[in-house]
Design a binder for this molecule. Sequence first.
Ligand SMILES: [Zn+2]
Length: 338
Amino acid sequence: MEILNNRKQENEHITEICKDIYRIQIPLNGSSLGTINSYVIRGADRSLLIDTGYRAEPCIETIRSSLSLLGVRPEKTDILLTHFHNDHSGAATDLIHPWRKIYVPAQEYQFFGIGDDPKVYTESRRPRYLKEGLSDEEFEKMMYITLPGSKGPDFFAGQFSPVDDRQTFAAGEYTLTAIHTPGHTPGHMCYWDEAHGLMFTGDHILFDISPNIIPWPGIPNILGLYLYSLQKLQNYPAAIALPGHRQPGSLSARIDEQIRHHKQRLNECESLVKLYPDKTALEITRLLSWKIRRPRGTRGIPLPLLRYAFGECLCHLDYLRFQKKIEQTFSGGFYRYR
Ligand SMILES: [Zn+2]
């Protein structure tokens, strides 16, 4: 199959990937990610749109005008979501035609009802985060200052349908199979076209940035699930991986890199815990090495980044605890590790 990477088409947002498959790069105002990739699979009877951007006018307008340029008709287009995050799902109910469906990962159906209020899932983390070393004030600053002003889709508009692992979706000459890949979020789905070797990876696999992995209340070892999901995708002979942000790349090579990255991080965490016993997760986060671009003259981890660094550190500590390599104790009002 001929893959036509980076051949710009029709407007500045559209790139033709291969016959009848296009990437639309949607600007994400207010997000450090810059843009999100939406993918269109064009078929005569049915088209599919994978992920949508924020529920905000610039995103909605970019997709509408791009679909129109590509001759993709809303009344023949279903929307497939990789996961519930607002940058992937927000515009879905604004874009969907009343006759069509929005397919959402079955395990994330519950999150769509609260999509307008990111506070609900942010607050579910507060009890643990306060015991892992953060003060109330630090939690507020870290979790709320950086929330982009985005909204989830309007769940009560209906038209949502759950996607199960292995469910298939046909459009034109392509047939996508949903692959459950928990880790970045609990229900995350990748979509695989076997005949053409295309893997739509959402935020499970990204190139030049690492997917954010943070603890989920009720899931004891989310990093373990993420590593399992990475290994699961190694079995697919993909010609190309099409990620939710930035540029495409080689699936297999990127999986190897990501597994290596997390193994190194696990080793570093374990060494620090042994070297400095009884530290809190927040203290361990500050001891870990981070590649960070800091404003001149500042030290430490800037607050917007601390949120991701702290979450990542917690997941690695959970994994090590699960493997019985370290222990968690509780003293002075905080969990500590040894
Ligand atoms: Zn995401």
